[in-house]
Design a protein around this ligand. Structure first.
Ligand code: SF4
Ligand code: SF4
Length: 115
């Protein structure tokens, strides 16, 4: 399911960010590793029992910058854009103080994170 709590990435509308996996159907052997690797909250992948291949169902549930499923796929069937394409956006949210604000809030609510 498209997860509404994931509609924004640090204040930026998630659907404006082109970060999600694509599957090379020729290479996919249908092992399902990508399906079980992605978190249950995100569930980006589905599985087609007819073609016996994984499919990308909810691309915008994908965590921006994550590529765990690409690493998990031993058949090199999953591809992502160049991570450098995210750097400008990352600099934007850092310069806007969004990350610093989130970090302050997180540390304030979880003292175990303070060294
Ligand atoms: S891990 Fe790779 S080979 Fe396995 S189902 Fe996913 S895309 Fe296909
Ligand atoms: S990159 Fe991470 S969040 Fe995105 S689909 Fe793969 S495992 Fe899921």
């Amino acid at each position: 399911m498209q997860e509404t709590s994931l509609a924004y990435w640090h204040g930026k509308e998630r659907k404006t960010i082109g970060w999600y996996p694509t599957i090379d159907e020729e290479k996919c052997v249908g092992c399902g590793l990508c399906v079980v690797t992605c978190s249950e909250k995100r569930n980006v992948f589905g599985y087609d029992p007819i073609t016996k291949k994984a499919v990308v169902l909810y691309p915008y549930n994908c965590m921006v910058g994550c590529d765990n499923c690409r690493v998990a796929c031993l058949w090199d069937a999953i591809h992502f854009p160049d991570p450098n394409s995210l750097k400008e956006l990352a600099r934007e949210i850092i310069d806007e103080g969004i990350i610093a604000g989130e970090l302050r809030k997180k540390i304030a609510t979880d003292k175990s994170l303070i060294l």
